[in-house]
Design a protein around this ligand. Structure first.
Ligand SMILES: [Fe+2]
Ligand SMILES: [Fe+2]
Length: 459
């Protein structure tokens, strides 16, 4: 029995029987009883009595019999009805069934039978109310969430479509519910290019659990990018009973990504143009080496690529190569363009271009160690280079590659103090310095590149 005393409405027109049932109910512990003698009175007073359960005689005096009264009461209040009657003919039973009673007791009956029937009816009614409330809560939640949700039964028929889903597909809830998913929705899986059908959903067995990009084609032919996830619904025996499809409109995300891509592209172009402008600034003062940095960058990148360096390192080599002699901006033009051999002092001054380059480039927050690579591009493995006489282990790999490309380009092109030496002597210089001055891998990759026809870009 419940903690709160339950209220029983007894509808019985025979005073003696009513009195007997009332007495028996009281003995069973049901103390709150209201007895009425007709169907009309039951209907009139039901809302004010608010019974937890109704015991209803079927044959009643008045214009309403018990079954008619129960049918009307169902529309007014939510209370389980148990019929108490001496009539068990088929026709009466069938009429009674339509009113979905929670019990049907034939007179005469035992106290135990009445007690069990009342308790079962109360329990079943409570459970059904709980389930109905949960279903209402679930349906309200589904309808009000921002994500588009479509639920399918085991055969792929739509059981629920919420407002967000109806909006995306341009369909009404009434039109979609009860129809096959494949018949009315066109959703293409972007990763496979295939239309998602009832069959693919069923075959996936709820495996599309991670949101994945897809494209919806609406009834008007509009294309809507979405992220889709599908989960299987499982019964207590672990059998799949249906599917839940969740779609999120990805239009805004796609638009933001596009804007971001465009901005990144513009930023990247600006960055490349800035790097080139810086390179040209240095070369304007030194026409003999004009284009030298671009050519070195191209060869250095090809070497880095052949050595299998990560794309980030190749990018570092490209930017450092394009700017590696920017420090020459500090060297007097007469020294840069001097046709003869440089004096010791002039050579010392010329050598400062690595440190000046480092100082200029360290002002910029590159995502790579561009300033350090530039600073080290005249270092040699055996410590004979400048400005710091670093040895192999302290020189960045990108700087070792740059050193190789720089020497080959410089020797094979014209200089104010000498004509071009040509490519073969440049490569001989590399070969003779492998392992002592130049990194073995970088030098061999450089030689291999020229073997297969590498050429410098024209100015
Ligand atoms: Fe240099
Ligand atoms: Fe150089």
């Amino acid at each position: 029995m419940q903690d709160k005393p339950i209220t029983i409405l007894l509808v019985e027109d025979e005073p003696v029987i009513a009195l007997d049932i009332r007495r028996r109910l009281q003995q069973l512990g049901y103390s709150t009883l209201v007895t009425v003698t007709s169907g009309e009175e039951a209907v009139q007073r039901a809302e004010s009595i608010a019974p937890d359960i109704i015991l209803m005689d079927i044959i009643l005096s008045g214009s309403l019999d018990g079954i008619d009264a129960a049918a009307l009461l169902r529309k007014q209040i939510s209370a389980p009805v148990i019929y108490l009657t001496a009539h068990a003919d088929e026709a009466t039973l069938r009429r009674a069934m339509i009113t979905e009673p929670f019990g049907y007791i034939l007179k005469p009956f035992e106290d135990r039978e009445l007690h069990t029937c009342i308790e079962m009816a109360l329990y079943k009614h409570r459970m059904e109310s709980d389930i109905r409330n949960k279903e209402r809560w679930f349906a309200t939640t589904l309808r009000s969430i921002g994500d588009a949700v479509i639920t399918l039964d085991g055969s792929g028929f739509v059981t629920i479509i919420n407002a967000a889903a109806a909006r995306i597909f341009e369909i009404t809830e009434e039109r979609a519910t009860g129809r096959l998913f494949s018949d009315q929705f066109r959703v293409r899986d972007d990763s496979t290019g295939q239309i998602i059908t009832t069959r693919t959903i069923q075959a996936s067995n709820g495996q599309y659990t991670q949101p994945s990009p897809a494209t919806v084609e609406t009834r008007s032919g509009r294309i809507v990018p979405v992220d889709i996830s599908v989960s299987g619904t499982i019964d207590p025996l672990d059998q799949t009973t249906g599917s839940v499809i969740v779609l999120r409109d990805a239009t805004d995300r796609k638009r933001s990504e596009e804007v971001l891509r465009t901005s990144l592209g513009q930023l990247r172009r600006t960055f490349e143009q800035t790097v080139l402008a810086l390179a040209v600034t240095a070369e304007k003062r030194d026409p003999y080496t004009a284009g030298h940095q671009t050519r070195v960058a191209k060869l250095a990148c090809a070497i880095a690529d052949l050595l299998g360096l990560h794309s980030e390192s190749i990018e570092a080599v490209r930017v450092a190569g394009t700017l590696h002699d920017i420090g020459k901006i500090y060297i007097p033009a007469e020294i840069l363009a001097k046709p003869g051999k440089l004096t010791g002092l002039e050579m010392d001054l010329m050598r400062t271009h690595t440190t000046v380059g480092r100082d200029i480039l360290s002002q910029i927050s590159f995502p790579w160690p561009v300033a350090d690579i530039v600073h080290q591009h005249h270092e040699r493995l055996d410590g004979s280079g400048y400005p710091n006489g670093l040895s192999a282990k302290d020189i960045l790999q990108e700087a070792k590659i740059l050193a190789v490309a720089d020497v080959v380009e410089a020797m094979s092109s014209h200089r104010p103090y000498r004509p071009s030496l040509g490519l073969p002597p440049a490569l001989d210089e590399l070969r003779s310095g492998i392992g002592t001055a130049y990194d073995k891998d970088a030098a061999e990759a450089c030689i291999a590149l020229f073997d297969v026809g590498f050429t410098f870009p024209k100015d």
